[in-house]
Design a protein around this ligand. Structure first.
Ligand SMILES: Cc1ncc(COP(=O)(O)O)c(C=O)c1O
Length: 291
């Protein structure tokens, strides 16, 4: 099992052993979830879509009025150096930027000092690669009226509750609806369906605009599918030919059941399987070299 204490972790410009990688108990990331983050993968010594992830991290920070105390280039170098210090070839990385220690009330005050943390560790796709069952969660995705869906922030509590619902129901993963009942995404993945030569995604107003999702949609277009974004109902899901979830942590996973109903044939579909193959090839071909 992975011993997290053996990792070398970046904290505010320093590389420290995992067992000394500590931040203040007064950090607003802990007190209020006042933080943004990214999940990034390295494949065979190359970081996949590094620029896109760093751009999204800075957009997330900008939307919540958090100034990251590093340039984008410095952030990229810090991420690459974290991989090098841990001698990793295939890894998952998590840069996190909190608003740091500020006022102890909800308002951060002016005197904040953001905390930048980066850790990296070997991590297999967390849902495996076999067909999975989803369960629609009772808890809904945080609507964009409350926080812009573009922000990848650490407030994942409703995603966690959705996941617990799925676990309790014996499903592999949850599917969250928006407050109007339209399909959004999984707790840590985007959801896509395939029907009649088209790949359909929920609109980006209500989902994280996933980098894997965009890659999968591009691969689908290259394979001759049309791609669309529109509001999806559970009826659309139940009548899909195929469905999948995708994300940096999960990669691409076929969805074979939703709420106990088989999707399509009830087995991983041919389009999904060929997209998985194309994705595996792509991640080995491109990316920012680490070494
Ligand atoms: C809620 C949520 N949706 C979607 C995704 C997939 O996004 P990406 O492909 O950029 O990792 C993630 C994971 O990062 C996520 O946490």
């Amino acid at each position: 099992m992975l011993n997290l204490e053996e990792l070398t972790v970046y904290i505010n410009g320093r590389f420290v052993p995992g067992n000394q990688a500590t931040i203040s108990v007064f950090d607003r990331g802990l007190l209020f979830g006042d933080a943004v983050f990214e999940g990034i993968r390295e494949y065979s010594g190359r970081v996949f879509k590094l620029d896109e992830h760093v751009d999204r991290l800075y957009d997330s920070a900008r939307i919540i009025s958090l100034t990251i105390p590093l340039s984008k280039e410095e952030m990229k170098q810090a991420i690459l150096e974290t991989l090098r210090r841990n001698r990793l070839q295939d890894a998952h990385m998590r840069p996190i930027v909190t608003r740091g220690v500020g006022a102890l009330g909800v308002g951060p005050g002016r005197d904040v000092n953001p905390t930048v943390i980066i850790f990296a560790h070997p991590w297999k796709p967390f849902l495996g690669d076999q067909g999975i069952a989803l369960k629609t969660a009772a808890v809904r995705r945080t609507p964009p009226e409350c926080i812009d869906s573009r922000v990848k922030h650490t407030g994942y509590l409703n995603n966690i509750l959705a996941k617990l619902e799925a676990d309790a129901a014996g499903a592999n993963e949850a599917l969250l609806l928006d407050v109007h009942g339209f399909v959004t995404e999984g707790p840590g993945e985007n959801f896509l369906l395939i029907r009649g030569g088209a790949m359909v995604s929920p609109t980006t107003t209500n989902i994280l605009n996933g980098i894997t999702r965009r890659t999968v949609m591009e691969l689908a277009r290259q394979a001759g599918l049309r791609t669309e974004e529109r509001n999806l109902t559970l009826g659309d899901v139940y009548t899909a030919d195929e469905a999948l979830v995708c994300g940096t942590g999960a990669e691409i996973v076929p969805v074979v059941r939703v709420d106990g109903r088989p999707i399509g044939s009830g087995e991983a579909g041919p389009v999904t399987r060929s997209l998985m193959t194309a994705f595996r090839q792509l991640v080995q071909q491109e990316g920012t070299p680490v070494y």
